[in-house]
Design a protein around this ligand. Structure first.
Ligand code: SF4
Ligand code: SF4
Ligand code: SF4
Length: 546
């Protein structure tokens, strides 16, 4: 019976990773050419994530953390593979697929063109709704455009994936801020439903003495100005405070502007929320890490900023499960720098939308519903990774569509996850994981916009697809049919992923051999025929096909 793969369970967009990888890996058995397999695999991804080339660059890939393959050698390079296929689809100019051709009478408005708003807009447009997105800035993309440096996400990749959403019929009205150019009440009248995906654009203060009198930059503001093409002078020495991706992005951007950069973070390196690979690259490029260090005071001295910091020690665990940093008495020291960039936390800007927030967050329930006719998600609801924002946009669109059409809400996922114990790892050959090529630090620093992560090539991609264990999903290995002496398994003439054989139990003597040899845990034991007798009777979850 098909189980839920752990990679999918841990992907915030719930992409059917096993299926799209399997389509490429099993293309010969499925009678697909390489190009057909690529296109079909890409269609599986974009059913849930319309921006695979983008996510393949910026997602911290929690899917890989749970990949069962890591018990054998290493997790699959899912994120790099997603990027490979995303780039391939851009090169082929593949259009996003529609789900329903008939136009729907309701018009839908979206506030904010970040990942959550675009995901929602895409899912509604492909179901036949007319969608208008209101974006306050001059370019679409939200934090993807304004909060991520070009060397991590080239603008032409983002442009290509957003244009594809526009080609589905989504209208993006740029330079239109709610509260300034149009009132929320007007949008509520104009549209049958609204989705609020405004992100978290404003940076929290450090909360230290002297901050109000000195020009402390926020990481988000710095990246926004750089990404908008402004020439920003940060001087020759910069301290960035924080340990998340924005802090690391700001530090590496300042480094590319020629500054000497230090990241000051109050916990240890292992606890930095930023992607470990990004921290590694920052260090290799020349960013200095000053760990277990927190700011306490800032003042201007002549042309420079004098930042007083204190050493921290790790104490007892806090509510996040991490050890709480505690100041070490008498350990204060001072740093004299040109610029201090604070990248500690982000929060939404509510201008014009105040009535939709509660305690600084979008007042939405788990379905994404905020109030009558208004839905929302993304960082305005709860700060999270880009994939979570896309997942929330998709779920809200599915539920809204069902309700507008008088259908029941989509059923929640009920499949059991496929755990490691159900796999026969000895049936798979060890193969090393594909690693991405990286730009050298020397080139990265002399060409500030040059992409640092160069991805994997086609050979690596194809090898990587063959590493997937297809956890809990038949991949047509034929072991069951080869071991069944009574020929209960018959090959299907027109196989599809997960369905290669039909199974007849008429002559089954319940030897259980097929279950024992099935490497991926797809076949399983069903109820004993006689009480107390352990009968190994295969179950496939479908009458006619494993
Ligand atoms: S979106 Fe992120 S978590 Fe989901 S499959 Fe892609 S890399 Fe993995
Ligand atoms: S081996 Fe394949 S199906 Fe299993 S968790 Fe990893 S990527 Fe997913
Ligand atoms: S043993 Fe049979 S059911 Fe299991 S993966 Fe192989 S072909 Fe599929």
């Amino acid at each position: 019976m098909e189980k839920l793969a752990p990679c999918q369970e841990n992907c915030p967009i719930s992409i059917d990773i096993r299926r799209w990888i399997g389509i490429v890996a099993q293309r010969d058995k499925l009678g697909l050419s390489l190009a057909q397999a690529y296109e079909s695999a890409w269609q599986v991804i974009v059913d849930r994530n319309p921006m695979p080339a983008t996510l393949g660059r910026v997602c911290p890939h929690p899917c890989e953390t749970q990949c069962n393959r890591s018990a054998m050698d290493e997790a699959l390079s899912i994120n790099a593979m997603e990027r490979f296929l995303g780039d391939w689809a851009i090169s082929q100019r593949l259009p996003l697929p529609r789900l329903e051709e008939d136009p729907k009478p309701e018009s839908i408005g979206v506030i904010g063109s970040g990942p959550s708003g675009l995901s929602f807009a895409y899912q509604m447009a492909r179901r036949g709704y007319a969608v208008t997105v209101y974006e306050q800035r001059a370019h679409p993309g939200g934090m993807l455009r304004h909060g991520i440096p070009n060397y991590r996400l080239p603008p032409d990749i983002l442009d290509a994936e957003i244009s594809r959403i526009e080609r589905l019929g989504v209208e993006i009205r740029l330079g239109t801020a709610v509260g300034r150019d149009v009132a929320l009440s007007e949008l509520r009248e104009r549209h049958a439903a609204l989705y609020v995906g405004i992100g978290a654009q404003s940076s929290r203060k450090l909360g230290i003495g002297g901050e109000a009198e000195t020009a402390v930059w926020s990481g988000a503001e710095y990246l926004l100005r750089i990404n908008s093409g402004e020439q920003v002078d940060v001087g020759s020495t910069v301290v960035v405070i924080g340990g998340g991706n924005t802090a690391v992005d700001a530090a590496r951007t300042a480094l590319r502007a020629g500054a000497q950069v230090t990241i000051a973070y109050r916990r240890s390196r292992a606890e930095m929320p930023a992607l470990a690979a990004e921290v590694e690259e920052a260090v290799s490029e020349g960013v200095e890490l000053q760990l277990l260090t927190a700011p306490v005071w800032i003042e201007r001295r002549d042309d420079r900023l004098l930042l007083t910091v204190v050493r921290m020690e790790l104490g007892a665990e806090d509510e996040s499960g991490r050890r709480r940093p505690v100041p070490k008495p008498g350990s204060e020291s001072q740093l004299s720098v040109d610029t201090v960039i604070a990248a500690v936390a982000q929060e939404p800007e509510w201008s014009g939308l105040e009535e939709l927030q509660r305690d600084g967050h979008l007042a939405s329930d788990p379905t994404g519903a905020v109030t009558d006719g208004v839905w929302g998600g993304g960082d305005a609801t709860e700060p999270g990774i880009c994939g979570a924002a896309i997942g929330q946009g998709r779920r809200a669109a599915q539920i809204l569509h069902s309700r507008l059409r008088g259908l029941p809400d989509p059923a929640p996922e009920t499949r059991a996850p496929m755990d490691l114990a159900g796999l026969r790892l000895d049936a798979y050959a060890p193969v090393a994981r594909a690693e991405r090529a990286r730009q050298s630090a020397a080139i990265a620093l002399t060409s500030p916009d040059a992409e640092v992560d160069l991805g994997i090539d086609e050979e690596q991609f194809l090898t990587e697809t063959a590493r997937c264990l297809s956890c809990g999903f038949c991949f047509g290995c034929e072991q069951c049919s080869m071991f069944c002496t009574l020929q209960s398994f018959s090959r299907l003439e027109d196989p599809t992923p997960g369905a290669y054989f039909s199974l007849s139990l008429d002559f089954c003597v319940e030897c259980g051999k097929c279950i024992e040899v099935c490497p991926c845990g797809f076949l399983e034991v069903t109820v004993p025929r006689l009480p107390g007798v352990d009968v190994k009777r295969p179950q496939t979850g479908a009458d006619s096909a494993p």
